[in-house]
Write a protein that binds this ligand. Sequence first.
Ligand SMILES: [Fe+2]
Length: 263
Amino acid sequence: MQNSAGSTIAILTVGDIVGRPGRDVLKDRLQGIIDTRRADLVIANGENSAGGKSITPDILRELLSIGVDVVTTGNHVWDNKEVLKILDSEPALLRPANYPDGVKGHGWHIVDRKGIRICVINLQGRLFMEPIDCPFRKFDALYDELKDRADIFMVDFHAEATSEKRAFGWHVDGRASAVFGTHTHVQTADEEILPGGTGYITDIGMTGSFNSVIGITKEYSVQRFLTFTRVKFEVAEGNRKINAALFEIDRGGKTGRIERIIT
Ligand SMILES: [Fe+2]
């Protein structure tokens, strides 16, 4: 499963999957991306995969069956009660680790690929979002707890504000192998490798219909901004794309290359 270089591992991170259009385009094109990039592991954000809100047991199974290895989420994971049935029992389904103690689910998962232990951590920002526990300090605590149990740490930082995401990247530089932002659904062109070897991108974008406002119908969004009332929420159709990023990481946990993908 290791990529062609042998000494590195290639990890594909897929931007927030929005509803059936996002699932369908992923089903059609994911294997092609895995094959051409020789991806060893696929992490996808699934917090919007069920009708634009949360994820269900059936949809988790569907994503795992098409080649996704770990599913991360975010603030919208709580929007469908069905998810509560699987948050504790599915190791590959994460919710942000910095929700308060006692909340259902878990925020990290370790996967082995050819003897390389990859820890995926899901965290959520607090700027313009719920004031949950500090994601910076939560990473510190998890890293201290897990650093002897994993070689590579991948962080899905699910957050609204670019400043919080960038600050987090610097905070974990040299400890996390990669930080990939999610939640805004707009891919940023700021991928870089920080001095300590952490691959960083503010947001990897969205997987779904781009004939939309971040995956939801234009009509809904315009009416919301015109009236600030509840209007009919619908996932958009048309112009389906996958937004993703590939990180090539050496056995020492340093990122050597990042590729942004829009397809
Ligand atoms: Fe979100």
